[in-house]
Design a protein around this ligand. Structure first.
Ligand SMILES: [Zn+2]
Length: 219
């Protein structure tokens, strides 16, 4: 009697026992589970992607539209030419003229002293109307992609010290740097770690400035 080959042994397995050959019932079952799991994963990924698109699109779209529909701001709203031509003495600009009196005096005094060291302080932004601040915020939302991210760089209109005339932005970089180092002698303090140009009157002349906030959102 010839020996029963492996193949024959498998083929002669009693009825009802699982067929373990590749492509047999066990193999087929394994593959079907694999495909079921893969299909479920793919479906989950597609659903998640669709959901994130649905959630993010309306915000971006409406913010983009509202920023475009915002009327152009003028000098009356506190807009300044961006050519670094405005000094703290140019009170013909509402952005400078409507600054808090004590802040403006402190900045002017600092500007005189900085000039003696060859540094010219320029005003890149000062007082802003609520409308202008809202416009800047909406622009930032478009640029940074979300309101949360925009708040790190621009205060919403209700919170900004620019709207109350209690904040000033100084340029160019060497001038801002001078005020960062010497401003406390005039009561001028850098406020946000990520805005080396933004100053507020936050201490007595010669006093210590409070610790920096990492950004506008963490104030
Ligand atoms: Zn500022």
């Amino acid at each position: 009697m010839r020996e029963v080959t492996k193949r024959e042994a498998v083929e002669r397995r009693p009825a009802g026992e699982p067929d373990e050959r590749p492509g047999g019932s066990v193999g087929r079952r394994w593959w079907s589970w694999y495909w079921l799991a893969a299909t479920l994963c793919a479906t989950a990924v597609i659903v998640l992607m669709a959901w994130s698109v649905i959630v993010s699109v309306p915000d971006t779209v409406t913010d983009g539209i509202s920023a475009r529909e915002e009327p152009t701001v003028s000098a009356e709203d506190g807009d300044l030419p961006d050519d670094l031509s405005v000094t703290p003495f140019d009170t013909g600009y509402p952005a400078v003229d409507k600054l808090d009196g004590a802040l403006l005096e402190a900045v002017q005094e600092a500007a005189r002293d900085a000039l003696e060291e060859g540094i010219v302080l320029r005003v890149t932004s000062g007082w802003r109307s609520e409308e202008y601040q809202r416009h800047l915020f909406e622009e930032a939302v478009v640029r940074y992609g979300s309101r949360e991210e925009a708040r790190r760089f621009v205060d919403t209109s209700g919170e900004s010290a620019h709207v109350t005339g209690e904040a000033i932005d100084i340029g160019p970089t060497d001038a801002a740097d001078w005020v960062v180092r010497r401003g406390s002698a005039y009561g001028l303090c850098q406020v946000y770690a990520n805005e080396i140009w933004h100053f507020e009157l936050l201490t007595e002349p010669g006093g210590d400035c409070p610790d920096l906030f990492s950004d506008a959102a963490s104030r």
